[in-house]
Design a binder for this molecule. Structure first.
Ligand code: C2E
Ligand code: MG
Ligand code: MG
Ligand code: MG
Length: 287
């Protein structure tokens, strides 16, 4: 009897896994077509200084305009990208589009601070990331100091040869900012932080969400802010959704914030219009 139950569970499990891999295989096949047909696009979300309101950065976030399923977010296809051979291809597309956007904002005299792209671990591993960044810089004539690369803490693990860190050090020396994304959720050893080519920390939005309800989250956010100050690096606090969160954070320091309260990620034209209004408002406030 228990054997029967065990068998059932096993067959259920394998059917489920097969369905999973079938679905993934379909997404992967779709993705190759998506790249050919230019269905991948970026949406943009600003990062602003919490006190001055100055736009300090713009994060480029990947979307896929699927012909049948509509606009898909990274959670729906990025895991497949990372497992496939497409990661470096998609990474290069992101760099190309993000820097093309930065070029246009510069030409229009819009203050965007830096354009931030998310690094795919597989792109870095493939060994083409540095060349792809330099290519995009060249092609779009964007200064390296107008670019941020957001990396996950886990990048720095399992890198015995330190080759991945060398690439980031190289970019950092050229003026590209390197920021640790989702900071506080990974395993970054604090003692290593000072040795890494890091220009900023992004406080994970899970802390922001708990900021008003949980005093422990406040302690963590405060500690990260003090740590960044001691290391002389920047802070971006993610996932700002309410005025109360902004008010609380303002008491804690002077840094940048990003979240739905300021602006939701938006396609190029919509974001550019937001940036234009913002630039105008700041200019007229200055005179
Ligand atoms: P991330 O880099 O931490 O990006 C921030 C995510 O938080 C984005 O989700 C953004 O839309 C969302 N977000 C921003 N403000 C708020 C807020 O106030 N509340 C809430 N609840 N969420 C907010 P998205 O666009 O779905 O991206 C998810 C993740 O996918 C990103 O997390 C990043 O790790 C990855 N990703 C996105 N674009 C790319 C890309 O071009 N390349 C790679 N390798 N990864 C990417
Ligand atoms: Mg990010
Ligand atoms: Mg993040
Ligand atoms: Mg994230």
């Amino acid at each position: 009897r228990s054997k029967e139950a065990g068998k059932d569970r096993w067959s259920f499990f394998t059917t489920d896994m097969k369905a999973d891999s079938d679905a993934e295989a379909r997404v992967e096949a779709d993705l190759y077509r998506a790249v050919e047909r230019d269905e991948l696009f970026l949406v943009y979300q600003p990062q602003v200084n919490i006190r001055s309101g100055e736009v300090t950065g713009v994060e480029a976030l990947l979307r896929w305009q699927h012909p049948l399923r509509g606009a898909l977010s990274p959670a729906e296809f990025l895991p497949v990208v990372e497992k496939s051979r497409l990661a470096p291809v998609v990474g290069a597309i992101v760099l190309d589009k993000a820097l093309a956007a930065a070029r246009i904002w510069s030409d229009r005299g819009l203050d965007f601070g830096r354009v931030a792209v998310n690094l795919s671990p597989q792109h870095l591993k493939a060994g083409t990331f540095l060349a792809d960044v330099l290519n995009a810089i060249d092609k779009h004539d964007v200064s390296p100091d107008r670019i941020t690369v957001e990396v996950l803490e886990s990048i720095f693990l399992n890198d015995a040869s330190c080759r991945k860190i060398e690439v980031l050090e190289d970019l950092h020396r050229r003026g590209v900012h390197i920021e640790l994304d989702d900071f506080g959720t990974g395993y970054a050893s604090l003692s290593h932080l000072a040795d890494l080519p890091i220009d900023g920390l992004k406080i994970d939005r899970s802390f922001t969400a708990q900021l008003l309800a949980d005093s422990k989250a406040q302690v963590v956010v405060n500690s990260i802010i003090h740590l960044a100050r001691a290391l002389d690096i920047g802070i971006v606090c993610e996932g700002i959704e309410t005025d109360a969160q902004v008010a609380r954070l303002r008491m804690m320091g002077d840094f940048s914030v990003q979240g739905y309260l300021i602006a939701r990620p938006a396609p190029f034209e919509i974001f550019s219009a937001w940036l234009e209004r913002r630039t105008e408002a700041r200019r007229s406030a200055a005179v």
